[in-house]
Design a protein around this ligand. Structure first.
Ligand code: DCP
Ligand code: MG
Length: 372
């Protein structure tokens, strides 16, 4: 059939984010911003299903090459249910969603949003504090019956800085800082930028790196040594190091929310204004001459590098769907450590991300196309 004839199949949008090339250009921001508020609110209320439904719908709209201009245009799209369509219709008709407006002015939503903006505070802690009647930071900090763990103490201490976005220029500067520290302790080690900045984002909430050594097993002492080096340089403001609990005999875990078992550290580093091209993104920091930034380092053994890189490059929705695709469509289990074929009962090795896409029978996607 020729192009445009009724027999030409319309390009269908896949149900899986790992089959939708999604760049940072979002033509449907007015809908996805609304969905994100709803998803977040469900997350705060521990309602996983509707939360995921809105995250999936967000991801589908982000992948579209143009804006949705009428409800009819969503007819053949996957992952859009009644509730999401109602929101789309409202936004189309009124330019806003009343349900979202209501949430944005809701005390519970606002308080959870505020509390979870603190490093180390998740929805569970926010809930506990909210139920005790606490509503502001000063409520928390003056209530002596509340015990803050070390992470939360640092979270409050550096809240002003780390609640401000990190710029790509700041991420580049941190890359040289991490490069320097890693190569100082292990010259042969490699450093790779991952997470949102690897997908081409201009701003992020932290900067993620994967570090490893060419010699299997040598990565075990890498992070402790890097941490010592950062301490020596006087730029380590906070460090939570978790040693590896990785067991290569274990089957992968398809539950995405479970953290991987590689050695990793969650850091707050001091970034000097003079080291950043064009200065810091944080105005107060620029006056002070430095700012605090969240940095994550992960160090997988080199034979798991490709899995770790694929897992940490994200986006979260891309990762969720990659695992779901592996499980449902291929009978395989994928996580940040390994890929396991359940029919053949064997692990599938990979030295690059391309190998993993190939094992899954998926077309390769560049990191900048994974902004699902
Ligand atoms: N990740 C993971 N398992 C987790 C948490 C995260 O595999 N438990 C992966 C998916 C994320 C990536 O790591 O995309 C980086 O996590 P971030 O929270 O730093 O997310 P991004 O870097 O994508 O965005 P941001 O700009 O908020 O940092
Ligand atoms: Mg990140």
């Amino acid at each position: 059939p020729t192009e445009g004839s009724p027999l030409t199949p319309v390009a269908t949008v896949s149900r899986y984010a790992c089959q939708r090339r999604t760049t940072l250009e979002n033509h449907n921001k007015k809908f996805t911003d609304a969905f994100e508020v709803l998803a977040e609110s469900y997350e705060f209320n521990n309602m996983e299903r509707p939360c995921l439904a809105f995250r999936r719908a967000t991801s589908v709209l982000k992948s579209l090459p143009c804006a949705v201009r009428c409800l009819g245009a969503t007819q053949d799209l996957p992952c859009l249910g009644q509730h999401t369509k109602k929101v789309i219709e409202e936004v189309l008709q009124c330019g806003r969603s009343f349900e979202v407006e209501e949430l944005l002015s809701d005390e519970r939503y606002q308080t959870f949003k505020l509390f979870t903006s603190v490093f180390g505070v998740g929805p569970k802690t926010a809930e506990k504090w909210f139920c005790r009647g606490l509503r502001s930071f000063s409520d928390i900090l003056t209530d002596h019956s509340i015990h803050l763990n070390r992470m939360q103490q640092s979270g409050f201490l550096h809240h002003g800085d780390i609640s401000r976005a990190v710029s790509a220029a700041e991420a580049r500067s941190l890359r040289s800082v991490i490069d320097g520290a890693v190569h100082c302790v292990t010259p042969a080690a490699t450093v790779a930028l991952t997470g949102g900045f690897h997908r081409g984002k201009e701003f992020g909430h932290d900067v993620d790196f994967i570090v490893t050594t060419p010699e299997l097993g040598e990565e075990e002492s890498l992070l402790p040594n890097v941490i010592d080096e950062l301490k020596k340089q006087g730029i380590l403001l906070y460090c939570n190091y978790q040693a590896s609990t990785f067991d290569m005999r274990k089957l992968p875990n398809h539950h995405f929310e479970a953290m991987d078992n590689f050695a990793k550290c969650f850091l707050i580093l001091r970034l000097e204004s003079s080291q950043v091209e064009g200065g810091l993104h944080c105005a107060e920091g620029d006056i002070r001459g430095w700012r605090a930034v969240r940095v994550d380092l992960v160090s997988p053994p080199v034979d798991r590098y490709a899995f770790a890189l694929l897992g940490w490059t994200g986006s979260r929705q891309f990762e969720r769907d990659l695992r779901r695709f592996a499980q449902v469509e291929r009978g395989m289990i994928l996580d940040n450590h390994a890929l396991y074929d359940k029919k053949k009962k064997e692990f599938l090795a990979a030295s690059t991300e391309k190998d993993i896409f190939a094992h899954l029978g998926l077309e390769y996607m560049e990191p900048w196309q994974r902004n699902a």
